[in-house]
Design a protein around this ligand. Structure first.
Ligand code: ASP
Ligand code: MG
Length: 407
């Protein structure tokens, strides 16, 4: 098999962990596989470098910030290559420019244009192991760029696609994706196989295990991702194309996000342009809006409620107060103690009544639902933050996700 292995910051934090990581690489190599490795900076290093830049200047030059941040991955790649060499493996490090990871010139959020894979494939064919810096590339003018926080997942997937790997193994400090947060539901279980679509929903709800972009990229090319831990040898979760041959449970997992706030505009004239009028200034302030609900109008007047991330709450309220008069809204209200709970599953496509079951469970428990949105594979409710743990537990049980309920 041809495998691209990616190791995150916790697998690279300090000499002892790097040695452990090198043993994982060696063992896989000795099983007869062709290997390329992608690494993150040691955990905390990217933040440390960012702080240094901010200590120098309130607004450091973006080009230099990217060049600075890229050193974190360069250090860990070279150290791992040294340790592999010490273990008798023909290994060498490559930074983004040396590999030929071509990106756009958008510093701090560069997009990958092309990965020059020929020499990498030749090295793998020859039994050599390249240890490649994640998170970075080079633009057409030779500037070092970075891909955005958590970007080495995306680097690894892009490299796996370029070398036509059989799988991209992403090693982290958790051994996979669980049916829900085990801190809330101790008998949550690991999902053995999860579709890209489901993983995208989990990732967008704040499951920080994989950078969302990396899942989108893997989905586009059908690259399987094996999400696993570098702290044990247990099989993790396989993120791959939906297996249509299997009868699916209706719900794969329950996700939540406490980082929510809601804002309501009341008594706005129901006319063309009101939504644009509300959301233009919010978009200009770079604030992401998530769930939006507009009421049916009564006497030509309507209400709109929407959610934003909690850290954007004050700013959003300020903007809405500023625009209240232009929008002819009678009142602006909001609260920052709401949260989102979602059930996710591709099985919903073929099971009827899943949303209704969710609403009934919450109703029976006296949980008030404030807003609802659905997609083909997800039902999300916005509710009071105080109800999150209870709602998650009840839904996990109701949809037969407790350990022992299914395989
Ligand atoms: N080192 C970078 C970060 O901390 C990239 C990564 O770890 O994926 O965001
Ligand atoms: Mg990461």
């Amino acid at each position: 098999m041809r495998i691209v292995q990616k190791f995150g910051g916790t697998s690279m934090s300090g000499v002892a962990r790097i040695k452990e990581t090198a043993r994982i690489v060696r063992d896989e190599y000795h099983r007869g596989h062709q290997i390329a490795v992608v690494v993150s900076a040691m955990s905390g290093e990217t933040n440390r470098l960012l702080t240094l830049a901010q200590d120098i200047s309130d607004c450091p030059c973006e080009r230099e910030v990217d060049a600075l941040l890229a050193t974190g991955e360069q250090a860990s790649a070279t150290l791992l290559a040294m340790e592999l060499d010490h273990l008798g493996i023909d290994a060498f490090s490559l930074n983004g420019a040396q590999l030929g990871m071509r990106t756009s010139g958008a510093f701090g959020r560069a997009k990958i244009d092309h990965v020059d894979a020929n020499h990498l494939i030749a090295a793998m064919d020859a039994g050599r192991i390249a240890v490649i810096t994640g998170f970075q590339g080079v633009d057409i003018d030779g500037n070092i760029t970075t891909l955005g926080r958590g970007g080495s997942d995306t680097s690894a997937v892009a490299i796996a696609i370029a070398v036509r790997a059989d799988v991209c193994d992403i090693y982290t400090d958790v051994d996979g994706i669980y049916t829900t947060d085990p801190r809330i539901v101790p008998n949550a279980h690991k999902i053995k196989q999860i579709s890209y679509e489901e993983m995208l929903e989990f990732a967008s709800l704040g499951a920080k295990v994989l950078q969302t972009r990396s899942v989108g990229l893997a989905m586009k090319y059908g690259m399987p991702i094996h999400l696993r831990s570098s702290f044990n040898n247990i099989t993790g979760s396989m993120v791959c194309r939906e297996d249509t041959s299997m009868e699916k449970a209706s719900v794969t997992g329950v996700a939540y996000n406490r980082n929510e706030a809601k804002v309501t505009l009341q008594g706005i004239p129901d006319q063309p342009g009101i939504a644009a009028g509300i959301f233009n200034p919010i978009a200009k302030a770079d604030i992401n809006v998530d769930v939006i609900v507009q009421n049916i109008s009564a006497h030509g007047m309507t209400d709109i409620t929407f959610t934003v991330e909690r850290e954007d709450y004050r700013k959003t309220m300020e903007i809405m107060h500023q625009h209240c008069a232009d929008l002819k809204a009678s009142h602006v209200a909001g609260s920052d103690d709401v949260a989102k709970v979602s059930i996710i599953g591709v099985g919903m496509k073929s099971h009827a009544g899943v949303a209704q079951t969710m609403f009934q469970i919450l109703a029976d428990a006296g949980v008030n639902i404030e807003m609802i949105t659905t997609s083909e594979i997800k039902v999300t409710v916005v509710l009071g933050e105080a109800d999150v743990d209870r709602a998650v537990r009840l839904l996990h049980t109701a949809f037969d996700l407790d350990e022992g309920d299914n395989a």
